[in-house]
Design a protein around this ligand. Structure first.
Ligand SMILES: [Fe+2]
Length: 238
């Protein structure tokens, strides 16, 4: 099946594929950003088929492949074989977790791609996983021209677009029809002061749209919703 790229704004697209976590259909989303020079950045690559290469090549030159946290690396190797010349970016700890991947750079500090895409490490944020508590080492992105915040697992937004079992489970876990992390992340993030500092840096960015990797995109009012989600997470007014 050829992927269905959805244009969100000029030089910004997303595409989703089915993905199950703990038996629930939660989907997963890749975001594609085109820089002014025509270079494409793939954030959280999904499972790319050979035909998808042609779709992306028609938009620009794939120059960067990004695993933005400890968890979104499953299809990176496949993207790497499709685009062997692209620069591959990972995060702290990923090289040990996936020694088979060739990582060129680490996203462990604040930086930018061109004038359009800024990023910063979202420090202190973790998750309670079946194997225990794990730091996500997530990097979050701000696409300045479209005023979009691009997240991976730092907030979710499940709604009626998801199967009823997912809806039910996310109601229990606290992230149904609202943009926020779930209890898994709230319980799995020990250093709330670091998370708060990261949230405040994100809130200094000018954005309206929020693109999570799991859940529906928040097209407007995303900044207030992101802030409210982390007020719940931190249990304090920001
Ligand atoms: Fe995820």
């Amino acid at each position: 099946m050829i992927m269905n790229l959805i244009p969100l704004a000029e030089n910004l697209w997303t595409v989703t594929q089915p993905f199950r976590y703990l038996g629930l259909e939660v989907g997963t989303r890749m975001t594609v950003v085109r820089l002014s020079q025509g270079e494409l950045i793939l954030i959280s690559p999904i499972q790319l088929q050979t035909d998808d290469g042609a779709t992306l090549n028609a938009l620009g030159t794939v120059g960067h492949l990004i695993a933005p946290n400890q968890f979104h690396h499953l299809y990176l190797g496949q993207a790497q074989s499709l685009y062997p010349d692209a620069m591959v970016w990972g995060v702290d700890g990923l090289a040990e977790k996936r020694p088979d991947l060739k990582l060129d750079r680490l996203l462990n500090q604040t930086g930018s791609f061109g004038n359009e895409l800024d990023y910063l490490p979202f420090e202190g944020f973790g998750a309670l996983l079946p194997q225990g508590i794990c730091l996500a080492h997530e990097t979050v992105f701000w696409h300045r021209p479209s005023r979009s915040l691009i997240l991976t697992d730092t907030s979710f937004h499940f709604d009626e677009a998801y199967p009823w079992v997912t809806q039910l489970a996310t109601r229990v876990l606290g992230s149904y029809n609202v943009l926020k992390p779930s209890y898994f992340e709230k319980w799995g993030s020990r250093d709330k002061a670091k998370v708060k500092a990261s949230v405040q840096k994100v809130l200094a960015w000018d954005f309206d749209r929020v693109i999570p990797a799991h859940g529906s995109i928040v097209e407007t009012d995303g900044k207030a919703q992101f802030k409210a989600g982390f007020e719940w997470f931190l249990e304090e007014v920001l």
